[in-house]
Design a protein around this ligand. Sequence first.
Ligand code: GAR
Length: 213
Amino acid sequence: MLRIGVLVSGGGTNLQAIIERIEDGYLKDCSIVTVVSSRPGVYALERAGKHGIPCEVISRKSYSSLDDYDKALIEHFTKYNAGLIVMAGFLSMVGTLFVNTFKNRIINIHPSLIPSFCGKGYYGIIPHQKALEYGVKVTGATVHFVNEEYDSGPIILQKAVQVRDDDTPETLQRRVMEEAEWLILPEAIKLFSEGRLVIEGRKVKIKESGIND
Ligand code: GAR
């Protein structure tokens, strides 16, 4: 059984996608054991609550240093014995301590085709605003392993989405979620849970068959 801890900061539609794929049997032998939000009162916490998943708010501003924040997160996920940590719309920064403690066991979903429209300051609706301003015809989403730098760890999966002439940041954001994020995040978790992701330097190779075959 893969014990998954999920980090959120907002509406939690990606969290919902994972919950649904566990419930419909696509993600076998996977369980969300805890959801941690960087903000109180967000809808993601309600979603988790409805499914009986233990939740906690661990907010960066309650800690004087990034190291202390990392330690609080490490303590929490260690208590729940998490084997994979999924950043599903998590908008706080984590530090080297956290990344090294769960090395190659933290993944993040980002709403663009990395390395475009990513890095510090690119989160939520902003990558979509910037993509429209730039005039790209294709954008999408990326799931990647998390390292010490923003949005720069080895890429697991990407999916492209066509930009339409009449898109607004909001319509584009929604379509990127529907056509890309909610598909590739569960898919990446499935590949991880089956032991099929092999990191070789910057690259992630996907093995044909995994530990469950
Ligand atoms: C999603 O679009 C996710 O890709 C993005 O925030 C949104 C959260 O939505 N994450 C980032 O921008 C991280 N850099 P959700 O709370 O409904 O899943």
